[in-house]
Ligand binder design. Structure first.
Ligand code: DAT
Ligand code: MG
Length: 140
């Protein structure tokens, strides 16, 4: 089986609430390896690239605004089936119904905002992972 890499972001809500260590601990406890890590303030150009698939959706602008609202942590995790494995650790998009035991299920809830604030991003396919890792780490 081939070893995969995935892009994980700890979003501004996760950083502001002091949950960077908690997210990293869950990734490492599961047995994945952190191979790159950086904290940054994302700008609009970077986020429009990262979230290109969501351009035109009603939550797109609130999503970009939210992601620019504070520092984020970007990391690359590595391991067999890590793309699927991290999505499983994160839980489903809507934190209200994300299963207890997952990052979103345990640590996030509906805040009544236009965009769902759910602590983490994880790539959803090998193609997205390669594209997103390049956006956050190429030349860094
Ligand atoms: P995921 O982050 O689970 O891959 P996604 O890629 O569909 O979800 O959407 C990106 C982010 O946008 C998601 O983490 C939270 C927000 N979002 C998605 N769908 C939404 C909706 N219907 N209403 C508000 N925010 C939404
Ligand atoms: Mg997604």
């Amino acid at each position: 089986m081939s070893i995969e890499k995935t892009l994980v972001l700890v979003k501004p809500d996760g950083v502001a609430r002091g949950l960077v260590g908690e997210v990293i601990a869950r990734i490492e406890a599961k047995g994945y390896k952190i191979v790159s890590l950086r904290m940054l303030q994302a700008d609009r150009a970077l986020l429009e690239k990262h979230y290109a698939e969501h351009q035109g959706k009603p939550f797109f602008e609130p999503l970009v605004e939210f992601m620019m609202s504070g520092p984020i942590v970007a990391l690359v995790a590595e391991g067999n089936r890590v793309i699927e494995g991290f999505r499983s650790l994160a839980g489903v998009t809507d934190p209200t119904v994300a299963a207890p035991g997952t990052i979103r299920g345990d640590l996030a809830r509906d805040q009544g905002t236009k965009v769902v604030q759910n602590i983490v991003h994880g790539s959803d396919s090998p193609e997205s992972a390669a594209r997103e890792i390049a956006i956050f780490f190429e030349g860094k």
